[in-house]
Design a protein. Structure first.
Length: 350
């Protein structure tokens, strides 16, 4: 009988059966053997592989301490000497997807482990890591858990065994932007004419060049009753607490900061700074309300025009932000606000 491939599985706190958002701050850890969806993964691997351990980390913890979390997870992983890492699937969860991509990239680069992640194509983790690691497109629904795990396992086994991989559409992984030469039965001109004729006749055809895809975001419906709504303040203008203790970047941001404002009616210039390389921050530093209108929102709250002001301001810097990072930051903030019961957001920019 062939030797079983040594496998570790990475999950977030929810799928590791630790808890929901109330446990999202939990740090990295591990348990022996498969947990939760890992049991279905083990059945899929069958006699070809064995899940030695399940690594886990809370979504919020990883998002806020990504470097530290990665180090701890790699330390746990190394003790099992695995050949294959399966991460997720994360489906549409942005924080979870980013964590899956990050730990896969680190395991591949530093431990020489073959990684396979799973998530929806619209997940922020896919945009960040699809060119670096193999990611199976899970779709956005958890109902596709089993078929996704089956494709992840099949791809992972091929990687470990050194088998030749098929095209992305054949194996189910997201295109990585890698082009390989291949022999075709017809020259380019004939293939182009064939595709044109198929298009004219209304027949199906597949282009050999991937066209750029542009995302269309459907606007949210207007709030019907502000008097019962929970409203949050968010800005990409670079608001931070005095001294910028979290070292948020003034440009090309990779993260955001959360500023507690419970019991605070005004932003004292002595307690807050504005760091941003895209505009002159002098006036905003003189009076942070020029950037984030906490004072006015407190008045609206006291007048009961709005139901409640969310007790945290989420802020980042918007100068020269990479699309991938901006998408990840936005999705992470949105997930936090949604889990906190926020109904509406006032987003101030510069």
């Amino acid at each position: 009988m062939a030797k079983k491939i040594r496998v570790v599985h990475y999950l977030n706190q929810f799928f590791a059966q630790i808890g929901g958002e109330d446990k999202a701050e939990i740090g990295p850890g591990f348990r022996d053997g498969p947990i939760g969806p890992g049991r279905a993964l083990q059945e899929t691997l069958a006699e070809h592989g064995e899940i030695l351990a399940t690594l886990f980390c809370g979504d919020n913890y990883f998002a806020e301490h990504s470097d530290k979390a990665t180090e701890e997870l790699l330390h746990h992983m190394a003790r099992f000497n695995p050949e294959l890492l399966i991460a997720g699937p994360a489906f549409e969860s942005g924080r979870y997807g980013v964590a899956c991509g990050a730990i896969c990239a680190a395991a591949q680069e530093r431990l020489g482990i073959h990684p396979v992640a799973g998530m929806d194509a619209e997940n922020a983790g896919a945009a960040l890591y699809r060119k670096h690691v193999y990611i199976i497109n899970s779709g956005d629904s958890v109902v596709r858990m089993l078929p996704t795990l089956q494709r992840m396992a099949a791809l992972g086994l091929k990687l470990v065994q050194g088998a030749r991989l098929g095209r992305p559409e054949e194996e189910g992984y997201m295109p990585r932007g890698i082009k390989r030469n291949a022999f075709a039965a017809k020259p380019p001109a004939e293939r182009a004419v064939d595709m044109l004729l198929a298009k004219i006749r209304g027949e199906p055809f597949q282009s050999e060049i991937a066209a750029p895809q542009f995302h269309h975001i459907k606007p949210a419906q207007a709030l019907r009753d502000l008097s019962s709504a929970v409203i949050a303040l968010v800005t990409d203008g670079g608001l931070v607490t005095e001294g910028n203790p979290e070292r948020m970047e003034p440009g090309r941001p990779t993260r955001f900061t959360t500023i507690p404002v419970e019991g605070i009616n005004r932003l004292d210039p002595k307690q807050f700074d504005v760091v941003h390389s895209g505009y002159d921050t002098a006036l905003a530093n003189q009076d942070p309300h020029r950037l984030v209108p906490l004072d006015v929102m407190r008045e609206l709250e006291q007048q009961r025009i709005i139901g409640k002001l969310h007790e945290s301001i989420h802020a980042t810097g918007g100068a020269h932000a990479a699309v991938e990072n901006a998408t990840r930051i936005g999705q992470s903030i949105a997930e936090r606000l949604k889990s906190a019961g926020v109904n509406g957001v006032i987003l101030t920019s510069t």
